[in-house]
Write a protein that binds this ligand. Structure first.
Ligand code: AMP
Ligand code: GLY
Length: 404
């Protein structure tokens, strides 16, 4: 397992349940993953060290969590050395790595997306072209927001894309794919803004839930037919077949679904709500993708899951809170909730903060209201200086107000 966030902890936790797993190694991992596998101090973006580690440990399957190493070609490096990898090539990962490339592919594939605008005029959305950890997108309804958005995007030193502002309900729909077959995972909703009521700046994601009302198996199949399958065919046609997990961020507008973005990896924090609902053997499915023969079931059970992101006080402006002592994790776990580590470290026996998004608390329940109540009950037991989390994750959905 390559990576160190809450998504990687959730993946490791689920992989650990497979009877096929012999040993789990993570690079670099985190204190949560260290409880279920062995962590090694190799950076996720240091392909040479990771390759050496794979050889030394005789790794049978490398699972790459984050986008940056994929966009930089880690999967190619490992694959060329004969190691089975779950994760797309650099050529296919451009679907996330470049917003202009993604737009070109969408347009060529005839998949609905926000129109590109040649003039920046509110309302519109300003996007920095390259990877920005969810922080390169500025939704501008006023001229002031537009001026600020253009300045902030320019400061990232990337080309800028301007597009139409879409309104509607957002949903994240991920498919596992070996480049040919596409098998959907349960749809999830993510909460991008830092503040309650979707206020404040965009973040990497402050919470998630699954399932999403109105998106049953038939609706999901239709979305995959409209969005993922044409894009996979277009990427293959361009000589960049995509194998791994293709994540579509969709806006369900009055004119139908439109693509906001693609990611070339599992969503964070969507994965933390998707995997606890998954009934099949994840390891078998990921091995199938890596081997070009996707099989195994990734169907979700009937229960619901809600994930809360516990962030440091300065997030998202800063993601470098370090060394602040964290308390209450065991009390939270004693409620039956899952606590995934996202940005933590250990100083001796003491768990401390190490990042912006620090912990993820996930609870599963018979329905969304039950899962939501359990997630908040567990999260309320955790404390550290500056701790912030949204109080309205999955609230509208639990009250039955999510339209789709
Ligand atoms: P992205 O990284 O492109 O998904 O953008 C991050 C977030 O910005 C999305 O999840 C949406 O909440 C918002 N967003 C992006 N593009 C648009 C758009 N065209 N219209 C409205 N909101 C958008
Ligand atoms: N939660 C949004 C993302 O993973 O990009």
């Amino acid at each position: 397992m390559v990576g160190s966030g809450g998504r990687e902890h959730a993946l490791a936790w689920k992989l650990k349940q497979s009877p096929r797993l012999e040993a789990l190694h993570a690079a670099p991992g985190n204190p949560g993953i260290a409880r279920i596998g062995q962590c090694h101090p190799a950076h996720a973006e240091d392909a040479e060290s990771l390759l050496a580690l794979c050889h030394e440990l005789e790794i049978d399957l490398a699972v790459v969590g984050p986008e940056a190493p994929l966009v930089a070609g880690l999967a190619d490096t490992l694959r060329h050395a004969g190691i089975a990898v779950f994760g797309p090539s650099a050529a296919a990962a451009r679907i996330e790595g470049s917003k202009t490339f993604a737009k070109d592919v969408l347009e060529a594939a005839g998949v609905p997306t926000a129109a590109r605008l040649s003039v920046a005029r509110p309302p519109c959305v300003v996007k920095a072209d390259g990877l920005a950890a969810g922080k390169g997108v500025f939704v501008c309804r006023t001229q002031e927001e537009l001026d600020a958005g253009l300045r902030a995007a320019a400061a990232l030193g990337e080309d800028v894309v301007i597009e139409e502002l879409l309104e509607g309900e957002e949903v994240s729909l991920l498919v596992l794919t070996d480049g040919r077959e596409a098998v959907p995972l349960a749809p999830a909703q993510d909460f991008k803004r830092i503040g309650d009521g979707n206020s404040g700046p965009n973040t990497g994601g402050m919470g998630s839930y699954s399932p999403v009302a109105g998106l049953g198996d038939a609706e999901v199949e239709e979305l995959v037919d409209t969005v993922h399958r044409p894009v996979l065919a277009e990427l293959a046609h361009r000589g960049a077949p995509f194998a791994g997990v293709l994540y579509a961020g969709l806006m369900l507008t009055d004119d139908g679904p439109k693509v906001l973005e693609f990611n070339c990896r599992f969503g964070d924090p969507e994965t933390q709500s998707i995997l606890p609902r998954l009934e099949g053997d994840l390891l078998e499915a990921l091995e199938g993708v890596a081997g070009g023969r996707l099989d195994g079931s990734v169907a979700a059970g009937d229960r619901a899951a809600v994930t809360l992101v516990l962030a440091s006080g300065a997030y998202p402006e800063r993601s470098d809170d370090r060394g602040t002592p964290i308390g209450g994790v065991e009390e939270a776990e004693s409620t039956g909730a899952l606590v995934f580590h996202a940005g933590t470290a250990r100083h001796g026996e003491q768990l401390v903060t190490n990042g912006g998004r620090i912990l993820n608390v996930t609870a599963v329940g018979d329905d969304l209201p039950a899962a939501r109540a359990a997630a908040y009950d567990a999260a309320d037991r955790i404390s550290f200086a500056g701790l912030q989390y949204r109080s309205d994750i999955a609230l509208a959905a639990a009250e039955g107000h999510v339209r789709s």
